[in-house]
Design a protein around this ligand. Structure first.
Ligand code: 5GP
Length: 217
């Protein structure tokens, strides 16, 4: 199935040297390497969009974007689904709703995970829902969100996760569509932040010790 299909990044992958790519000058010493270049992310998203269209073409898709980290992935994924739908015989209509969650302080997952809004997701009732998340780490967020979404009685629920961390002994379920399986390291960029910084970096990068200190709360 699709769940076994993903680009797998090995534990010893050091990333590309920063100077081989363009990036915002103000982050020069704040990241160690370019872990996944923007162009690679974009191509992988095209593949996920193709799979989603294959599974859910001819349907009305209700996309639930998990903010803030998921905003770029969601925008690019929906654009790609639309573009491929138009150039094929699989018409699909998409609507996007947003939900905001928060659980991280600095680079640590905290126990108190909360939905900041909206409370009411009754627009999901009877719909084919695609939850779009940038990263699945422990899987707690995804599990909680799935439980929450089910309460509103959607017709179907699927999850797209751009990144899934490889965590030894993980028991939780994987997203239905996975972009990359990555080692258990803290990554930033492509809307993923460290205390709100690095969202304006297009590549997915590994933060440096200096970067962690500089933007620590
Ligand atoms: P989980 O509940 O799966 O442990 O955590 C998921 C959330 O933690 C993500 O939605 C994201 O906000 C945050 N997160 C987990 N790992 C990373 C990471 O490597 N980088 C960033 N920027 N956020 C992360």
């Amino acid at each position: 199935g699709r769940k076994d299909q993903a680009v797998v990044i090995a534990d010893d992958w050091p990333g590309y040297e920063l100077e081989l790519f363009t990036y915002p000058e103000h982050y020069r010493d704040d990241v160690e390497s370019v872990y996944i270049p923007h162009g690679v992310i974009m191509n992988r998203i095209e593949c996920l969009a193709r799979d989603i269209l294959e599974d859910m073409g001819h349907a009305n898709l209700m996309v639930l974007c998990v903010l803030k980290g998921g905003y770029k992935f969601c925008a690019d994924l929906v654009e790609s689904v639309k573009a491929q739908s138009q150039s094929s015989d699989r018409p699909i209509t998409t609507r996007v709703e947003f939900i905001r969650l928060k659980s991280y302080l600095n680079d640590c997952s905290t126990e108190d995970l909360h939905i900041i809004g909206p409370e009411d997701l009754s627009m999901l009732r009877g719909k084919n829902v695609l939850i779009v998340e940038a990263i699945v780490d422990t899987g707690k967020t995804m599990t909680m969100l799935l439980k929450h979404v089910e309460k509103f009685q959607p017709k179907t629920v699927k999850v797209a996760g751009l990144l899934v961390k490889r965590i030894p002994g993980r028991a939780t379920t994987l997203p239905d569509y996975v972009g990359f399986v990555i080692p258990n390291r803290f990554v930033v960029g492509y809307a993923l932040d460290y205390n709100e910084y690095f969202r304006d970096l297009n590549h997915i990068c590994v933060i440096s010790e200096r970067g962690k200190l500089k933007y620590k709360l």
